[in-house]
Design a protein around this ligand. Sequence first.
Ligand code: 3PY
Length: 262
Amino acid sequence: MRKKFIIGGNWKMQILNVEEAVSIATELATTISGILTETVDVFIAPSFNALYSVGQAIKGTKLKLAGQNMYFRDKGAFTGEISPDSLLDAGCEYVILGHSERRRIFGESDAVINQKVKKALEKGLKPVLCIGETAKEKEEGHTETVLRTQIDESMADIPREQLNLITIAYEPVWAINNKFLNPNSEIKTATPEEAEKNHIFIRKLLINKFGDEGKNILIQYGGSMKASNCEGLLNIGEINGGLIGGASLSAEKLKPIIEAAV
Ligand code: 3PY
C-alpha cells in the first residue's frame, strides 16, 4: 500500500494581503487538481485576515485550509486570540499547534499546547502538532529528552479514538530559517540520516505511549523543506510529508514537493 502523505504550507506572517493570498491559493488549487492522488493531502495556512476569503476561493477543490494557531477556549474576552469556531467558520480542516515560533517567541508551554490539541479535537479540527529541539539542545545531546517531553506533555489525555486525527510535525528548530529563533547559527536542513533517526525515535515514543494506535499517526518533517531536498526526505519510511515554510509561498515552489509525494 502506498504510504500516506500530508503536505502543509505554513505561510506564517509572509503574505500580508488578502488578494495575494487568494491568488496564490487559487493557483495552487488548480495546480494540484491534476496531480493529487488519494494518498496525499495538501493544506495551506494563511494569515487570519485572509482565512475566510481563501476558504471561499478553494471551496470544493482538493486544497485544504488550516489555521496557524488557535486558542483553547470557545469564546470570550481574549484579546488577540482566535476561536476554534472561527477557524471552522472560515473552512479550516487542520490547525497548526505548538510551532516552535509559538513556543519560543510567544512562550507557549507544552501544557498550553496540550489544551489546544484537546480543544481542536473536541471541535473537529485536525491538529498538526509541532515538536523539535533547538540548536543548543541538539549540541548538548538533549534531543531525545526534548522530544519525549514534548510528546508526553502536549499529547497528555488525548482520547484514543481521536489519535488518528493528529499529525506530528517534527521540525528541528535549528533547521528553521528564522533569525529570531536562530540568531547566531547558520540554518541547516537535517540530512536524511538525521531526520530518519529522529523520526524513528518519535515513532517509538508514540508506540510506547499509545500502543498500536501510535503506529498510524502521521509524522511530517519540517524545517526548510524545499524542491532540492524533498525527495531524499520524503523517501524515508517514517516521514509522512512536510510542513513547509518559504517553499509554500507559491504554487510553483510547492508543486515539486507535492509531485515528490504522489
Ligand atoms: C519552515 O520550514 O520554516 C517551517 O517553520 C515550517 O513550519
